[in-house]
Design a protein. Structure first.
Length: 355
């Protein structure tokens, strides 16, 4: 059977592409294609993982891990991804591990993972997030399309209990959660520990005392939306701090009566040179909005209940409550927007033009 040069090239790179997808899920903790991803370090017998990995899982095996005979998607790698400066490769494709703070000062030349290795890095991340919220200017490393934030999924719900989806089987026989997470057991109890439920905060491995980390995230319920905003900037390839994103240095309705945060996955209201736009990072859909519709979106997303949004919109636009109610109801149905989550006083949405 003849295989074209293009098809042969695709087939030859298929393991690298599978590996890249699986590694992305292992790094971020976000489950998309696989239920679980195992990274098996050099020196670990592949058979130990073959006994527990299922068809819906992926296994990233070091090139010297021996024969693997199991149902999961399997890709061999070289290198390592544990200490700052480490590089892991699938063939010629590689990813480097960098400290979050250092990433702002080094030249990013290829796929890079950034993580927090001490309290200094964690505090820098929080400071950067607060700055973006006030000004609309984001840290350059997080809006670089080549950069992934390690353990990202754990930031959304650090107290939530779940079975691990990203598992490291270390050369020393210890089993841990993801890139930097806590040790949860030994290889001879692998089946038991991966079926146990652990706090999502375990992915951070004590880098910051867990109680302090949880408190930092609880009083910043907008962190997940902040990270989604970095995805938006990557998607649109915007220059940093130039365009306006609602909730990050700019709000269309500045009435000091917003009592809610937009839901993390809700579309973003933007002001661009083309006018007002609603952009969804999940569907990648963008829609131009009229100024009135944009105000309906702004009022709805930053209000905790219909009556709050209706009252704010009626005051802002000089409408009757019945007309404002109809606009809010129609916008929610047509645009896929939602009322927000009640905000703590210390984390109200940003207001004002910002720039």
């Amino acid at each position: 059977m003849h295989i074209s040069t293009t098809e042969a090239s695709r087939k030859s790179h298929e393991p690298e592409l599978i590996g890249a997808r699986a590694l992305r899920e292992w790094i971020t903790g976000e489950q998309k294609q696989y239920s679980r991803v195992f990274l098996v370090e050099n020196g670990v017998a592949a058979e130990a993982v073959a006994q527990v990995a299922r068809e819906e899982d992926a296994v990233l095996l070091h090139a010297q891990s021996g024969h693997y005979d199991g149902p999961a998607d399997t890709v061999r790698y070289t290198g390592a991804l544990s200490e700052i400066g480490d590089e892991l490769f699938f063939g010629e494709r590689g990813v480097e591990l960098q400290d979050y703070v250092a990433a702002a000062f080094v030249q990013i030349i290829g796929p890079t993972t950034v993580g927090f290795f001490d309290e200094t890095g964690w505090q820098a991340f929080l400071d950067d997030a607060e700055l973006a919220r006030r000004t609309g200017v984001f840290p350059s490393s997080l809006i670089d399309p080549r950069v992934l934030l390690a353990n990202r999924s754990a930031l959304a719900a650090p107290r939530e209990l779940a079975t691990p989806s990203a598992i490291r089987v270390g050369a020393d026989g210890r089993v841990s959660v993801g890139l930097q997470g806590e040790v949860i057991g030994e290889i001879d109890e692998l089946q038991t520990v991966i079926e146990s439920r652990w706090p999502q905060a375990a992915a951070w491995g004590g880098m910051v005392p867990s109680q302090a980390l949880m408190e930092d995230l609880t009083c910043r319920g907008w962190i997940e939306r902040y990270l989604n905003a970095t995805d938006l900037i990557k998607m649109l390839r915007w220059a940093n701090g130039v365009e306006k994103i609602s909730g990050f240095g700019w709000s269309l309705i500045d009435d000091d009566r917003a009592d809610a945060e937009p839901l993390p996955a809700d579309p973003f209201l933007l002001e661009t040179s083309d006018g007002f736009v609603l952009a969804d990072t999940t569907t990648r859909r963008r829609q131009l909005l009229s100024p009135m519709t944009a105000k309906v979106v702004a009022a709805t997303q930053t209000s905790s209940a219909p009556e709050v949004a209706v009252d704010r919109l009626a005051r802002e636009c000089g409408l009757s409550e019945s007309d404002a109610n109809a606009l809010c109801r129609d916008a929610a149905a047509a645009l896929g927007i939602h009322f927000g989550t009640r905000a703590h006083a210390s984390r109200r949405p940003a207001s004002g033009s910002g720039r």
